[in-house]
Design a protein around this ligand. Sequence first.
Ligand code: IPM
Ligand code: MN
Length: 351
Amino acid sequence: MYKIAVVGGDGTGPEVIAEGLKVLKAAGRLHKFAYTTESFDFGGDRYLKTGQILSDEEVDTLRTFDAIYLGAIGHPDVKPGILEKGILLKMRFDLDQYINLRPVKLYPGVWTPLKDKGPDDIDFVVVRENTEDLYAGVGGFLKKGTPDEVAIQTSVNTRKGVERCIRYAFEYTQRRNKKKRLTLCAKTNVLTYAHDLWQRTFEEVAREYPGVTTDYAHVDATTMWMVKNPEWFDVIVTTNMFGDIITDLGAMIQGGMGIAAGGNINPEGVSMFEPIGGSAPKYTGKGVINPLAAICAGAMMLETLGEGKAAKAIENAVIKVTAERLKSLSAGKMGFSTSEVGDLVVEYLGG
Ligand code: IPM
Ligand code: MN
């Protein structure tokens, strides 16, 4: 019996998570796994009403779950940074979810802006470090608001943090069992301290994985190859900031935010799964947002919980829906409402 914490969050988050839960329910029935859910109202609306963001006690409550299923965090009436840092990043950091796993996979029938590229060419996974780098929150102001103002924000890279991420990436590449090629994406020609640590650690850990071919690309070149030759990639391992940037590019080449899912993973603890598209305030409450990214995040959650068969079945159902039914993956252009898309996935799942 799995215990799942559900955080619908802001904007379209609750709408897409509702469809994800619909699919999860059908998958549980068909593939014979049982779970309970408990909902939490963390997000912008609660913050505006009560001033609460996310307390240490609430994080401790989350620790008692097997997984967290998250919609979106970010509210147009709240100053940028408060909810992102106070809720999303706090969960990632306090629960030590040190891997951000983001598959970039073009499903059949999905439009990609890359000319002459198809599902065989766009199928790789980004392993993004998720607890350090510029996201660590180390820095400050000096003489703020004066002409002499100084602002410093430091990239933190620890041997332990870098090594556990790289090690996870090697293990993952081996387990994925495709091209067995792991590319380190960094900027060793400029970040000669931080990324020297990354490169040395990468080379050291690589010796333990003779079956995995290693490769290196600077981050700027990585964006180039992702557009020109995405078929070169199998697994990419990278820093938190670079991973944030290249996975938005990844989402676009796999068909957009309507389909892109991610997992914030603590292999020894509680992991959190989310569509990566954000709260999309302008579509909130209209029933037009695409729930497939949230549904795919639910499949990633099942995979991590050990329900690989159910996860695969959901992915196959999503592929049927994208290949045979949806006109587009964009909000408002699918040819179906948010909840109809959830129903279609359940139908193809056999539910
Ligand atoms: C993401 C998002 C977050 C990030 C924001 C909302 C803090 O862009 O999950 O990629 O930068 O990690
Ligand atoms: Mn991002």
